[in-house]
Design a protein around this ligand. Structure first.
Ligand code: GTP
Ligand code: MG
Length: 296
């Protein structure tokens, strides 16, 4: 949910329907509620309700459609346009949504995306985001809302959506333990698991000192590889994998289970490990991981 023009349909189309960011400029406003069923990791079906944000629709969400909209919500994703000239009105509607959620789905998780951050100068973004996030969080005692700064023009969108989807994956800790073992067994420094269709990061293991590296690196890779994958399919080629190697590290991305891609990073001596060995390790682990990540 969120005001008309905030960017809800744009983000949904980029993450789940293979739109490039520039394709969203031709989207028209969503009328009432658009329901989609998104398959994620094969057998996880997300029922995504994209609620048109024009005020006339809000009136019916609060009134005649109240029960339909707000009952049995597992996750509410609320999108604010950081550049909206009418914060007061935005917050009034948001308060109304929070009231309805407190009544009808008090156990839901709420993610708030403070969106179109690209419209701010880079040096002003953090301050603008912090101010807005503080205002938003002050609106509810009951919900602990997680706020993200996002834009369709960079990887921040992938970061927010990875976190949202991660919160919905059942038994994710079992998967992470298995991934950690695999990381140790093949002597890797990092392993990242991406969902195949969306290229969202589902899980990552890192043995590297976190402060030395860009904390957005995995989402940057999601963004880059997804765009590359789409370019491949436009020229009738299929993306299978990719290898980047220099004297300090090697990074290997390969199709993994039916619904995932895996990235294996090796540094130091590990960077000299031949590609075929890494491929062999991935092939050996594939069957095992199919048990944790069903591929129906
Ligand atoms: P309703 O369906 O009316 O509720 O609007 P919506 O929230 O679905 O908005 P929509 O996704 O249709 O986007 C409106 C416009 O915002 C489009 O022209 C998008 O290209 C633009 N837009 C979306 N995200 C961003 C962003 O991160 N930055 C900028 N600058 N523009 C964006
Ligand atoms: Mg829309």
């Amino acid at each position: 949910m969120g005001k008309s023009g905030a960017g809800k349909t744009s983000m949904r189309s980029i993450i789940f329907a293979n739109y490039m960011a520039r394709d969203t400029m031709r989207l028209s406003p969503t009328l009432d509620v658009e329901h989609t069923h998104v398959r994620f990791l094969g057998n996880l079906v997300l029922n995504l309700w994209d609620c048109g944000g024009q005020y006339r629709f809000y009136e019916s969400y609060f009134d005649s459609q109240r029960d339909t909209i707000f009952r049995n919500v597992e996750v509410l994703i609320y999108v604010f346009d950081i550049d909206s000239g009418d914060i007061e009105n935005d917050i009034t509607y948001f308060d109304g949504i929070l009231d309805a959620m407190e009544q009808s789905s008090p156990d839901a998780s709420i993610f708030v995306l403070i969106h179109k951050m690209d419209l701010y100068h880079e040096e002003d973004r953090e301050r603008a985001f912090n101010e807005r996030a503080a205002l938003i969080q002050s609106r509810s005692q009951q919900f602990k809302m997680k706020c993200f700064a996002t834009s369709i023009w960079d990887e921040t969108l992938y970061r927010a959506w990875s976190a949202i989807v991660y919160s919905l994956i059942p038994n994710v800790t079992i998967l992470e333990n298995q991934l950690n073992d695999f990381c140790n067994i093949c002597g890797a420094d990092e392993i990242v698991l991406f969902e195949k269709a969306t290229f969202l990061v589902i899980s990552h293991i890192s043995k590297l000192e976190s402060t030395r590296y860009d904390s957005h690196r995995f989402e940057r890779i999601s963004n880059i590889i997804k765009q590359f994958k789409l370019s491949c399919s436009k020229s009738m080629a299929q993306f299978q994998g990719m290898e980047v190697r220099n004297s300090q590290y090697s990074a290997f991305i390969d199709a993994f289970t039916g619904n995932t891609y895996i990235m294996v990073i090796m540094t130091g001596d590990g960077a000299q490990v031949p590609t075929t060995l890494t491929q062999l390790n991935i092939a050996a682990a594939r069957k095992h991981f199919e048990r944790f990540i069903p591929s129906t």
